[in-house]
Design a binder for this molecule. Structure first.
Ligand code: AMP
Length: 483
């Protein structure tokens, strides 16, 4: 069935930086944008570096949908790998059970960040969720792809070890990272180490079974997959040999994504494997990449003990997705303040609308151009510039507040709500506790009676309870908000 774009074609042209061409390019013209993002290797809880990458791509998919595109977003989960086996053995656990536990933890963490995943293709399509595919559930596809590489002469066997990809057979090898086959030797990870390789940078496609390690029966020898092959086997199953956009953190550009290109283009003979390669910059700690292996990470769970999940979303999107980002606690504090400022202004506008204060205002012709926001996002997802525009628009609205008529108020409210929804944060005015409302009423009474000292004491009490009160021109109807 042909799936149509939801609305008419978008008016503004979205451009994306393509790591492959090193240029900004137009979003591929497709009925349905096929987006694949590398999922995690599940041997520990996900950290806020992972969150940076996944929040960004979630935002990207949601933005495309909001612009009328149909998006098929697929993510693999590496649930069999050297690192998983090593850690499971250290903790005296069975590797596949160990990986299952952290797969569930990852899905739970994503859900708490507002990122919904499913293993049901129809549900993914119907509800705009990520379709996740754990490697161990796709062994026939993985084995089939290795088999084809063997048949086409790209793979060779090392007895007692496994099947390896011969990078010298692929004339295009290195086109993503700019490294040639000689420079590829630092691609070698533990699984790629073997005696008898043709080139140092050759990587493992299939590792023959070793006692105590999980393995799968196959005609190419019982064993388990190499890291790179699972992604291409999974994307080929759902998307075919070519698709639109591949995403992941910049650390995966080499060797992982280079290997993916080599595998898929060699297996199918079709080029390009992927039209646009998008990479997020690393989240750093003291200049070093936050990573499970370095142990310098803050889990998403630990972060959320201090801050609501939307602060992590906001913090991520306040910064340009391609730039490295050195995490500090101040960054989270700034994000919280920034988000609260926008929300408070929204609630104030809503308050003014409800109070019908606009009826007493002089009418201003409202032609404020809120569409500039989209233009910033359309320039390679420039969220910090777009947020800069939001703040400018809010300042302008604030300055014109005494002149805004009903239409202008509604337009400003709709704009801020749209932004908050797109960024995946809650825009609802919170329920104010009865105790606070009563204190605010008493405070107002004191103010009207000119008992200013007592009124100030009550204000301090309200502040200490985590709320603020702004007096308005209408007595007994103050604007109360958390803060
Ligand atoms: P891993 O589980 O290490 O394979 O990582 C899964 C995804 O998260 C990949 O796309 C990584 O590039 C990304 N990622 C891991 N650590 C970071 C980090 N510190 N900053 C940004 N992205 C990261």
């Amino acid at each position: 069935m042909k799936i149509k774009k939801l609305n008419t074609a978008p008016a503004i042209m979205l451009t994306l930086y393509n790591t492959l061409s090193k240029e900004k390019e137009a979003l591929p013209d497709a009925e349905r944008i096929k987006l694949f993002v590398c999922g995690p290797t599940v041997y520990d809880y996900a950290h806020i570096g992972h969150a940076r990458t996944y929040i960004f791509f979630d935002f990207f998919a949601k933005y495309l949908r909001s612009q009328g595109y149909d998006v098929f977003y697929l993510q693999n989960i590496t649930d069999i790998d050297d690192k998983i086996i090593k850690r499971a053995v250290e903790e005296n656990k069975q590797p596949l059970e160990f990986a299952k536990f952290f797969t569930q933890a990852y899905k739970d963490d994503m859900r708490s960040l507002g990122i919904e995943m499913t293993s049901d293709k129809n549900e993914a399509k119907r509800e705009g969720k990520i379709l996740y595919a754990a490697a161990t559930a796709f062994m026939p596809e993985i084995i089939d792809q290795v088999q084809r590489l063997i048949e086409k002469g790209y793979a060779y066997r090392i007895d007692g070890d496994g099947w390896y990809f011969d990078i010298s057979k692929d004339a295009d090898y290195g086109k993503l990272s700019g490294r040639n086959t000689l420079q590829a030797e630092d691609a070698v990870s533990r699984i790629d180490e073997a005696v008898g390789k043709r080139n140092k940078g050759d990587f493992c496609l299939w590792k023959f079974s070793k006692s105590g390690e999980p393995s799968w029966k196959s005609g190419i020898g019982d064993g388990r997959p190499g890291w790179h092959i699972e992604d291409t086997a999974i994307s080929e199953k759902f998307f075919g040999p070519q698709y639109d956009i591949h995403g992941g953190g910049i650390d995966l550009k080499f060797p992982h994504h280079e290997a993916e290109i080599a595998q898929q283009e060699s297996a199918s003979g079709k080029k390009p494997f992927v039209k646009i390669w998008m990479h997020t910059g690393a989240l750093l700690v003291d200049g070093k990449k936050m990573s499970k292996s370095l142990g310098n990470f803050i889990t998403i769970r630990a972060f959320m003990e201090k801050y609501p999940p939307e602060v992590l979303r906001w913090m991520t999107l306040m910064h340009n997705y391609r730039m490295p980002l050195d995490y500090t606690e101040k960054m989270a504090e700034d994000a919280r303040t920034n988000l609260n400022t926008i929300r408070r202004f929204l609630w104030k506008l809503e308050f003014n609308l409800k109070q019908e204060t606009f009826k007493t205002k002089s009418v201003l012709l409202d032609d404020y151009d809120y569409s500039k926001f989209d233009a910033f996002i359309d320039d390679d997802m420039n969220t910090p510039e777009a947020l800069g525009f939001v703040f400018k628009a809010l300042n302008d609205a604030n300055e014109r507040l005494s002149q805004l008529d009903e239409n202008a108020l509604r337009r400003a409210i709709d704009f801020i709500k749209k932004v908050l929804k797109l960024f995946g944060v809650n825009a609802d005015y919170p329920e104010i506790p009865q105790e606070i409302k009563e204190l605010a009423e008493e405070m107002e009474q004191c103010r009207v009676n000119k008992q200013f000292e007592h009124s100030n004491r009550l204000r301090e009490k309200i502040n200490a309870l985590g709320y603020k009160v702004e007096n308005t021109n209408t007595p007994f109807e103050p604007f109360i908000y958390p803060g």
